[in-house]
Design a protein around this ligand. Structure first.
Ligand SMILES: Cc1cc2nc3c(=O)[nH]c(=O)nc-3n(C[C@H](O)[C@H](O)[C@H](O)COP(=O)(O)OP(=O)(O)OC[C@H]3O[C@@H](n4cnc5c(N)ncnc54)[C@H](O)[C@@H]3O)c2cc1C
Length: 388
């Protein structure tokens, strides 16, 4: 795109990410999309480049960069037409260990996660019966001596087949015995390499877009008590505390997608000639592109605001949620505009537009759906009554 915003910030990182992504052009992603296959070479290249360890402190072998740098990496991946969903969790899921793990856990896992020797890509929160209502989840962890025994089921556990470790949220105290509504859930670091095939089953789910997501069943899975993160019963708080970072990073991917759609549409509007002139000469074609650009820039400001406040250690619940909402809307609006600009060719696989269109749709729903963000803003920012 010729008019890129904030070109100076993290210019070196952005340039090197773009150079890496140039080795993974549309043909690469199209072939994977057809087969619903995992982009192993792409993930390997990002790992070897150290990009997935951006947020891990230097003392544990990472780059010790701030969230803005990580956001720039993911944005560039998406602006290049690639997709970070295959590995973005490696960047931020470790934050739960970093913030709430004990010294031994940090020492044992973070350096290996930073080097890529261990992949912490799987995050098991959502369940089929509880969905968005996390406190109703039914997977249990029962203490037996120096182990916990896990039983239950997770759904949409993305990348479980491509991960060594899973961060798992399970109930350790029955809901009716918990002191507070949000007590009684605990977080475990599950080493999936050690799980016996009879105690953990992973079934892939084929989705609208190429996303390595799965259902995971636990049947008396034994996890050492040493793998409990933080205090038993406080897991819901630990998971919530990582969600602001996740929202900022996913929002950055959406901004990258929006930039890709806008660049793609702008180029096509210049080169497609009908009635003796480029279609981009028609206001009916150029105005939607201009509108998508303005919408993307406004969302980008909120993403930057959220990242800045996060780095200052401030409470950013509203900004992180608004960044995710606005960026997901901006990418989806740009996706729709891009299909329209391409006319029939927007539906042709070889243009990559239809693939990115399918990919962009996810962010209205995951990792948090638009409705839940609006409910948060209504209740916590505007003081309206809680709706659920
Ligand atoms: C491809 C993909 C990858 C994912 N990866 C992961 C992952 O790695 N780990 C993980 O734990 N989860 C993951 N998820 C789950 C994702 O976070 C959930 O799908 C999402 O939070 C919505 O939950 P749900 O699908 O159960 O919908 P539901 O909770 O069943 O909700 C259905 C609809 O009702 C709306 N709704 C529900 N309650 C209310 C209310 N009170 N007010 C207004 N509207 C409401 C929702 O917004 C939604 O539109 C993934 C999902 C997908 C599709």
């Amino acid at each position: 795109m010729s008019k890129r915003s904030n070109t100076d910030e993290f210019a070196d990182i952005r340039a090197s990410v773009r150079a890496l992504c140039a080795k993974f052009p549309g043909e690469y992603w199209r072939a994977l999309d057809r087969e619903r296959a995992y982009p192993s070479e792409f993930v390997k290249a990002l790992t070897e480049g150290g990009y997935l360890a951006a947020l891990i402190p230097e003392e544990f072998g990472g780059s010790g960069l701030g969230i803005s740098a990580a956001a720039a990496i993911l944005e560039e991946i998406h602006a290049s037409g690639s997709n970070g969903a295959a590995c973005h969790a490696q960047m931020y899921t470790m934050g739960t260990i970093l913030r709430h793990g004990n010294a031994a856990q940090k020492e044992a896992y973070l350096p290996k996660i930073a080097s890529g020797q261990l992949r912490l890509q799987a995050f098991g929160v959502t369940e089929p019966t509880s969905g968005t209502d996390t406190l109703s989840l039914r997977t249990t962890a029962r203490r037996e001596g120096d182990h916990y025994v896990i039983n239950g089921q997770k759904i949409w556990t993305s990348r479980a087949e491509h991960s060594d470790l899973m961060l798992l949220l399970a109930r350790t105290t029955p809901r009716d015995q918990a002191r507070q509504r949000t007590d009684g859930l605990s977080v475990f670091l599950v080493d999936m390499r050690l799980a016996q095939s009879t105690s953990m089953t992973i079934n892939p789910i084929r989705t609208m877009m190429n996303h390595a997501t799965t259902q995971v069943f636990f049947d008396d899975l034994r996890v050492p008590a040493d793998n409990l993160i933080g205090e038993e019963g406080q897991g819901f708080r630990y998971i919530l505390s990582g969600m602001n970072a996740e929202r900022i990073l996913i929002a950055s991917e959406c901004i990258g997608d929006a930039k890709w759609f806008i660049a793609k549409a702008t180029a096509y509007a210049q080169e497609r000639v009908l009635f003796g002139r480029p279609i981009g000469k028609n206001q009916g074609v150029q105005f939607p592109i201009a509108r998508a650009y303005a919408q993307m820039r406004a969302a980008e400001l909120m993403v930057h605001e959220a990242a800045r406040k996060y780095e200052e250690g401030r409470d950013i619940g509203p900004e992180a949620n608004m960044a995710k909402l606005l960026a997901a809307d901006a990418s989806w609006a740009a996706a729709d505009m891009c299909v329209q600009t391409h006319g029939g060719f927007g539906f042709a696989e070889e243009y990559d537009v239809e693939r990115k269109f399918r990919e962009a749709r996810l962010y209205q729903v995951a990792p948090i759906s638009t409705n839940m963000i609006l409910a948060y803003l209504a209740e916590h920012v505007l003081g309206l009554p809680r709706s659920y």
